[in-house]
Design a protein around this ligand. Structure first.
Ligand code: FAD
Length: 398
């Protein structure tokens, strides 16, 4: 405990001294992409944190991390939160592929890929979904054929987030079409900058293009970048999804960022919308709306408490499990409900799309509301999470 206190003091003073002003508060976060230019402060912050191994604090030092315990990592995140420091580096490499490679990768894969991820040298995208394989992911058809030291890959991926700026893709491919569908899938890594890969951005209703169609036309993955055994990629792909859902559900050391219940009055859902509804004696004047806000806040508080409890209970767990689906389901529903409630509180002002009649914040609220439609879809839909919880957590029959 004394050691942890000493670590807290050291961390606190290092952060105060080194975190640039431009890396505090809301703003851009480094994604590791070699195709995106960031501000000098964002770049410097990422590099300083990478030097300490704090872009991926829990990874071993030989793979670019700092080998911190969960308790130390929580302290680091709490102290970053205290000065409003942004995360130095966030991408699918740090959160999803990295932890999967730590469990399943060869030594060569770990040395090559993890160190590059940790120092912000590559952004990754996820080549799972296909036009005919979303919820039924195991029905995927992208075909990979072994040829010497390579796999030659043909097919189409869709909804590939960030593919336009990614340097590498982790991809589920069919390597044996003649066995039951879950048994003929492999997990491979391939560079995006090659003639066989074409990406075409897709526009969303929110006005942005965060994902792409990705066409693989004789694309090449090196044989040494097959993760795990040939045709045994399904369980690796599922583990990666558990890491993804764990992050989406706010589990792990990042739960330290959520405040303990009762410590502060977090306006949360109401803060944007409060100025739009009558507030008397510190209360929203419409009792029905007041009730909705309180209901949401109670559920949010209960969820945060559960995140912290689950985090504490799983301190020694080596990898996330099927229960991550509970957090993904509840967390994404709450996040979506919050955006609904905000535009509701804003009344007509919550319908702004463009033009001088609406402020920047009002237009931002509308777009966030539309963007929030995706949170109950990506990482597996709510219905799919409910299926996993029923079958794999509660043990109900098919
Ligand atoms: C913003 C965003 C980012 C994404 N990023 C990526 C990415 O980077 N990489 C990637 O590979 N994919 C990505 N996806 C794709 C995402 O994983 C799929 O959209 C999702 O798995 C659903 O698949 P689908 O769109 O094909 O819908 P479908 O599978 O066709 O589902 C349609 C509807 O049917 C329901 N349904 C389907 N099967 C069942 C069932 N068995 N029981 C009950 N209901 C069912 C679903 O819940 C859904 O409501 C992203 C999606 C979004 C929205």
């Amino acid at each position: 405990m004394a050691d942890l206190q000493a670590f807290r003091e050291e961390t606190k003073s290092w952060l105060a001294e080194n975190c640039p002003k431009g890396a505090r508060g809301p703003g851009e976060v480094h994604t590791g992409s070699t195709k995106v230019t960031v501000s000098a402060d964002t770049q410097a912050w990422m590099e300083m944190m990478a030097e300490k191994g704090w872009t991926v604090p829990m990874w071993e030092k030989e793979y670019g991390g700092a080998g911190l315990s969960i308790a130390q990592t929580q302290v680091l995140f709490e102290e970053m939160s205290a000065i409003d420091a942004r995360p130095p580096l966030v991408n699918m490499g740090t959160r999803m592929l990295g932890p999967t490679l730590l469990e399943f990768g060869t030594e060569d894969q770990k040395k090559r890929h993890l160190n590059l991820i940790a120092r912000g040298g590559a952004a990754w995208c996820q080549g799972y979904s296909e036009p005919g394989a979303g919820s039924d992911l195991a029905g995927l058809n992208t075909r990979a054929v072994a040829s010497g030291d390579e796999f030659i890959i043909n097919g189409q991926k869709i909804w590939t987030s960030g593919a336009q700026n990614a340097d590498w893709m982790f991809c589920l491919v069919r390597t044996d079409p003649d066995v039951p569908k879950h048994q003929g899938i492999s997990f491979v890594l391939l560079p995006m900058d090659q003639p066989g890969v074409t990406v075409r951005p897709i526009s969303l209703i929110s006005g942005s293009s965060p994902f792409c169609e990705t066409f693989l036309d004789n694309a090449v993955a090196e044989r040494r970048d097959l993760v795990g055994q040939l045709n045994e990629g399904w369980s690796i792909g599922k583990r990666l999804l558990q890491h993804e859902r764990s992050g989406q559900g706010g589990l792990g050391p990042s739960a330290a960022r959520s405040r303990p219940v009762g410590v502060s009055v977090d306006l949360g859902v109401a803060e944007v919308g409060l100025s739009y509804v009558g507030v008397t004696d510190g209360k929203i004047s419409d009792p029905a709306l007041r009730d909705e806000v309180v209901q949401w806040k109670m559920q949010d508080a209960a969820f945060k408490a559960t995140q912290r409890r689950a985090g504490a209970e799983s301190q020694n767990a080596k990898a996330p499990g099927e229960a991550t689906s509970i957090f993904k389901l509840v967390g994404s529903t709450l996040a979506q409900d919050k955006q609904e409630l905000i535009v509701k509180l804003m009344g007509n002002s919550g319908t702004g799309w463009e033009g001088a009649a609406f402020s920047k914040d009002e237009i931002g609220a509308t777009r966030s509301w539309l963007a929030s439609k995706a949170v109950t879809i990506y990482g597996g839909t709510n219905e799919v999470q409910a299926n996993i919880i029923a079958k794999r957590v509660l043990g109900l029959p098919d």
